[in-house]
Write a protein that binds this ligand. Sequence first.
Ligand SMILES: [Zn+2]
Ligand SMILES: [Zn+2]
Length: 244
Amino acid sequence: MAKTQIYYDLRDALGQEGCPICRLTHQASERFLEGLIYEKVNDPKMRAKIRAARGFCREHAWALDRHGASLGVAILLRDVIREIAQDLRVYGEDDEGAQNAWRSLYDRPRSRSKTVAALSSRGECPACAAVREWEQAAYETLFEHLCSGDLMQLYNKSSGLCVPHLLRALDSAPSAAQREALIRAQLPLTERLLHNLDALVRKSDYRFRDELSEAEAVSWLQAIAAIAGERVSSFPEKREDLGR
Ligand SMILES: [Zn+2]
Ligand SMILES: [Zn+2]
């Protein structure tokens, strides 16, 4: 079976702590943003995408805050801010929906104000879109190599997928057999975490504190990562990690 770069990336990430897809999507988003700021600032198609999306989602917008990015970010976001200023000028004065603006968010007027419609994004955050595309390819590779047994052993020793990525992977499984293979691989890891959490709670009594293993002691943090995804700051920022 052909082994792509994604296969090797997955294999490496499975050998490290935490959800491999969290780690690799973080790397994919870092690669995208680095390429954007340092190579694609003047790419007209990319500029149009960014304008249409009204910039980036909160996570990726703040991920632009990095050394040496000020000029690139200023050029990219000047486009967006210019359009926002323009829309506020054009629609702000005579907006049919404006009389409803005092209403609370929970009691929205039925029709959207023209200003809100104009200011709203017409496309997905370009970094989210790039990561999603990468992620889809990663799930395909994961399923392929889990079923062939290639990655199964590594998966069994890994932290497994966080729940948000598990759900997305299961949703994109090409067949029931592949879905079952992933569930079979994930279940013992989830049970191991539960076991460690049980032990942490049980041994919280000072008399047993010395008996707490390292895995049990960190299980509460692993539980947070399991339900919500890894903490981004736990991944290294080094450029060489981004590779290629
Ligand atoms: Zn994850
Ligand atoms: Zn985003």
